[in-house]
Design a binder for this molecule. Sequence first.
Ligand code: ADP
Length: 297
Amino acid sequence: DVLCIGDLDVDMFISVPAIPGFDQKIAGENHGQMPGGMSANCAVAVARLGLASRLVAAVGSDASGSFAVEKIRADGVDVDHLIHRENTNTFMCVVLISPSGEKSLIKLETEAYLPYANELTDDAFAGVRHVHLTFGRPELAHKALTMARVKGITTSLDLEPPDIARNPKLLRSILPLIDTLFLNAEAYAMATSALGETLLPAHLHERGEILMTLGALGCRRLFGEDRLDQPGFAVDALDTTGAGDCFAGAYLAARLEGLEPQDAMILANGAAALATTGIGAQTAMPLRRDVDAFVAR
Ligand code: ADP
């Protein structure tokens, strides 16, 4: 049903009492390595919610790459179209987690960071109803979104602040290719300033929608002239890594199942809230029945 295109990495999670400054030494607690990457996280969220999910991402030839692929495969994600790069390490992130669950990330990008635009094949789109991606590499995003549009497949993009900072001028050309735009409040403000005007659904493909995540406060949907806020669920958040990815995957899965936007927002808030209750992006990502039970409380 859903094809996620973008990044797969291995995250190393370390709890720290505070983020160390230069020349400072602190003791951390290592929670081990787990697969991550925005696109891979979203693919896992979709699979756990019960829809068919496929990932197109690059992976290195190291042991951590094999480990990540096996984990994701075990979650039911179709990994047959992953792009394997020889003689390179898999993209890695060191995630420092504060006592309040906030995180700081160190990204170690490698040759296996993202697919190249010319590595996308028609095969990967076979049987797909929706394509979700991250901006990462603009040529890749353009190519993937254009291929989807030509094939009549709906699209979504998760827009991150660093992507906007790197490509402020490219937003205008990419937005009209997108049906559903996911971003947080910081990215929304940055996109508005990059565009020189308020970011609106009118910038997207016809009848497009903007889903803004607001952390513990929940989410907001902009559609046409409408604005709908849906409060988040109260949980003891341990680690918010991957919450936005889980939100996107759950929202897409719910909409593809035929749920109305507000019901999809409730389900996505519930899934993402549960995902923050364990350390690691994918560790606490819930199954459909867990989300249903949680939101029905
Ligand atoms: P990002 O990490 O991409 O900035 P957010 O922090 O906005 O994304 O989180 C995405 C979604 O995860 C939110 O819309 C909300 O549903 C859920 N969420 C995040 N943090 C919490 C929290 N502390 N408590 C409950 N839900 C949360």
